[in-house]
Design a protein around this ligand. Structure first.
Ligand SMILES: C[S@@+](CC[C@H](N)C(=O)[O-])C[C@H]1O[C@@H](n2cnc3c(N)ncnc32)[C@H](O)[C@@H]1O
Length: 282
């Protein structure tokens, strides 16, 4: 890995079981995130010739799509060497990057490159990138301010940042349905991890304080495919990160039932549930 990792626990997770699970469910995640992607690429506005950095690129699908957009051949399955645009996928996980390199080779996208490294400390070439993107890859830093400061150094003046991060469990039907089994007013214990990225105000403060300008966040809510039938959905579902406790017994977040608009919608093509994230741009 280039540069030392400050995020040892995350490096272990994504090089171990967490990474393998993500690889095993790669195509499921693609379908689940399908309607969220346009919000990322719309905000990134990648043009031919752009140099793109994809932070926490995982198995590299967004890096490959970014490389195609940067080489002027979006969605074509190949790129046009010589147009100058390219994308670098940066990730902690060696096994996920192995998949990414294989996918790029299979799709013939030579302008998508991959590096193993910790984005919080990775020695990015100052002012090199036009655009930084990330799909759910920026929520794991042990020092988010250091990480976004480091990433900012790698971006040219006037360059752009666009990323997706999840909203809280209450706004994500996949967890909201489970939580809905508990009485209204049930309080959740404090989240096991810092919920910074669930709060658009804190995200804006973080970015503004680490060198980014014109920061905006937009709430995104889209139906997401969760599985083809009951067995498929159950095989994948995991319980919410924090289980509800007795009303008022823990100094946690307040929580109320999912809104009426949130309801499961199984049909012949499977189950879709509302997935809610923030699209941040700067
Ligand atoms: C939830 S996965 C998302 C992967 C991919 N962007 C996608 O949407 O399929 C989070 C990714 O962030 C990576 N990651 C976590 N912390 C990182 C860090 N400090 N530097 C680089 N990558 C990191 C993980 O290895 C993992 O691949």
């Amino acid at each position: 890995m280039t540069g030392s990792s400050r995020n040892a626990a995350q490096a272990e997770r994504w090089n171990g079981e967490g990474g393998q699970q993500w690889i095993d469910n790669r195509e499921r995640h693609l379908r689940e995130h399908q309607r969220l992607l346009p919000h990322l690429f719309g905000a990134a506005a990648i043009s031919p010739g752009d140099r793109v950095l994809d932070v926490g690129c995982g198995c590299g699908e967004t890096t490959i799509a970014a490389a195609q957009a940067a080489s002027g051949t979006p969605g074509s399955g190949t790129d046009k060497p010589g147009s100058g645009g390219s994308a670098l996928g940066l990730d902690l996980s060696a096994p996920m990057l192995e998949v990414a390199r294989r996918l790029a080779a299979e799709t013939g996208v030579a302008s998508a490159q991959f590096e193993q490294g910790d984005a919080q400390v990775y020695p990015l070439r100052p002012g090199f990138y036009d655009v930084v993107i990330s799909k759910f890859g920026v929520m794991f830093f042990d020092d988010p301010a250091a990480a976004f400061g480091n990433i900012c150094v790698g971006v040219r003046p006037g360059g752009r940042l666009a990323f997706l991060c999840w909203q809280d469990d209450q706004h994500n039907e996949v967890f909201g349905i489970l939580l809905g089994a508990f009485p209204a007013g049930t309080r959740l214990p404090s989240p096991s991890r810092d919920a910074l990225f669930e709060d658009p105000r804190r995200v804006s403060e973080l970015l503004s304080g680490t060198g980014w300008e014109d920061v905006r966040t937009v709430a995104v809510n889209e139906p997401a495919w969760m599985g083809s039938d009951v067995a498929d959905v159950v095989s994948y579902s995991t319980p919410p990160a924090s289980a509800p406790t007795e009303c008022g017994s823990a100094p946690g977040r307040g929580w109320s039932r999912p809104t009426a608009g949130q309801a499961s919608r199984p049909n012949a093509r499977g189950l879709r549930l509302a997935r809610s994230c923030h699209a941040a741009r700067a």
